[in-house]
Design a binder for this molecule. Sequence first.
Ligand SMILES: *Cc1c(COP(=O)(O)O)cnc(C)c1O
Length: 491
Amino acid sequence: MSIEKQIVYPDTSIRAVMAAIDQAPTKLCILVDSEGKLARTVVDGDLRRALLAGISLDDPASKLPSQDVVSCPAETAQDTLVNTFSANPSINAVVLTDESNFPVGLIPRGEVLPGILLSPPHMGESESAYVRKAFDDNWIAPAGPNLNAFEEALKSASGRSHTLALSSGTAALHLALRVLGVGAGHPVYVSDLTFAATVQPILYQNARPVLIDSEPRSWNISPAALERRLKMDAALGCLPKALIVVHLYGQSADMGAILTLTERYGVPVIEDAAESLGASYGNRPSGAHGLLSAYSFNGNKIITTSGGGALVSDRADLIERARMLSTQGRDPAEHYQHSHIAYNYRMSNVLAGIGLGQLELLQDRVSRRREIFEVYRAGLKDIPGISFQGEVADSQGNRWLTVVSFDPNLISRHPYQLLRELRSKGIESRPAWKPMHMQPICEKCSFEPHSRDDVVSSRLFLQSLCLPSGSTLGDDQQQHIIACVRDFTRG
Ligand SMILES: *Cc1c(COP(=O)(O)O)cnc(C)c1O
């Protein structure tokens, strides 16, 4: 990479340095001395601190305080560069110099080290052995011993007596709607603040999503909004065919309050527990409370099969019907006869092998993610205006993702500015899910707010950011992220 445009001189004004940093792909400038030798690097934060210390925009760059700079000789080996970045978690680039200390190149962190990802897969020791077994036995099919063993193991993880492993969480939700007879025009209540996969299957069925707002504590479906809507629709004679309740970012919704309401009105409950495997509510696993529940084993979830999902229930008849629909709906006859429109939704025996190894680690992964959440909270809780998703009484979340909220009355900068700052340092963060009532696919959907004058989901969306939460996150990496967030809130 040519570094010419990133080099600034002692007499370059702070204003021009600022513009150069802004133009630079690595958001950094190299300040040289009067002989052209490396003096220091300058990032946005350095300028901000200098301005606060009284340096003005028209002052020359030579007024910046001197600073240790991390540099390496131009022909440094890759593994030495890796070690240099690891030993200096706060730098996002290393300057390369020649033997006279003239800067000749710049290596961004992302070119050497994989960035810090939001929620990467975390494999254990035994997954590949189960996969190997599938190869050795030539069970490369959507059936086989790994698949049967995985469904068995899922029974205890989910607290359910019947389980069906599928190709995705979305497929599981789709089958749940099918076995409950949801069809064209039927209203289906659903959490408004969620990933689109919760709502898509309702649309596959040409059914009608009715979007229910969040409550501010757990960010999950608001019992107040649910009750108001049920009362209204009962009076109009248009109660929903089902309610899909999401356990957002791994924290359980208030299932006690929700089930009291749905039982009163006779509405079946599907839990979208895609994000909450390993969490609990009232001493039972999250996903053990409604009529049917869906899990996801997508690559970013707390455990993964690369892609996959499951539908679970205590009702044998519903799971058997879903099993039939997941395998093209063949009638029980020798000849190929089909009376139902059905799908090819089964999980592969190869991927179930990954799932078997991953399930053994579920409790470890939950503990680690909860620990990561506690470290973020401890590291940020003194900052006025920062808050986190809460847990409802009698529940324990898996803290799949730590999501931090910034109160705009107390923190003037927008979370997306933090997202961009983190990105420039090779750290992935993501906005919170965009609520369904703000989505083009739900343009015509009805929406029930938490209270008449308060919409919670859109506020959470606009104020929140998901931080790296994977169980592989290193302690020093996390401290670095915390320092970035603290720095951001001061800016
Ligand atoms: C991931 C996810 C799904 C979908 O799962 P896939 O396995 O990716 O199809 C559904 N709902 C929520 C809330 C999710 O986060």
